[in-house]
Write a new protein. Sequence first.
Length: 322
Amino acid sequence: MKLISVVVPCYNEQEVLPMFYDEIIKVTDGMKKEHPDTEFEFLFINDGSKDRTLEIFRELADKDKRVRYISFSRNFGKESGMYAGLKNCKGDFVVVMDADLQHPPAFLPEMYNYVRSGEFDCATTRRVSRTGESPVRSWFARKFYKIMNKISDTEIVDGAQDFRFMTRQMVDAILDMSEYNRFSKGIFSWVGFRTKYMPYENVERPAGTSSWSFWGLFRYSLEGIMAFSTFPLALSIFCGIISLVIGFVLLVIALIVEFATNSSGALLFILSVIFGIGGVQLGCIGIMGQYLGKTYLEVKNRPVYITGETDEDYRNKKNADK
């Protein structure tokens, strides 16, 4: 039997949880009929909700033994909820999805087919439209992906979501990255593995309101930049070089004014000294920042490499198929 764990982080989802449960049960029951060798567990994470979310978890656990839940002592954020779910689930395959039905459960059968085929280690949705989102929020989201992919070595696909169907091997690789400040979109990409991106149109919530405000998403995007790029540390070097160049140009202009026009170039000379000293200081800070960046990456204690397959894995699989 293959166990599929469905991990669902929740924060104040009392209005949509009953609808989500009915929908996920309908989809997974259909999957079980098509694939009798599958079993499911549903692991809900209560991220310090202030409504009846925890009470609903208890009610679901009473009527369905497949339902498990973990309730946090306070709100730690969605990233902590996903990590707790991945760490405590038992499945051979793991699904991460939201309860707001913006991650449609109807995608699960197709995701499972992609992953069980052995061709992919992960199947995920990629949003190709932002229907229902404000133009400002949509614009900033697109700019974030463009900036992130330019300043980071880790490519993050525009519109890729946390809604993922993964093998146990990929989940274990993600758990090896036990850093406190987590940015899962970057982590999913960093660990690699073969990923199938499934395009879909944005779906609006059937009930309740999103807990993600514009500023919350903005802070989250900054976490992503800091977690997967040391480019901000190098900015002071570039600023220092620009400042030195400006200082040198001002010095040349001051000398020309002083000796060629018989006018005083004192102000330009003072400005050139200010820009020159400022440039040296920024350059030194930038050099320190580069060493700090190396230390920052070491402290994260990420694995040096992740093995996707070995000859032993291949032989064992081949023997099992015989």
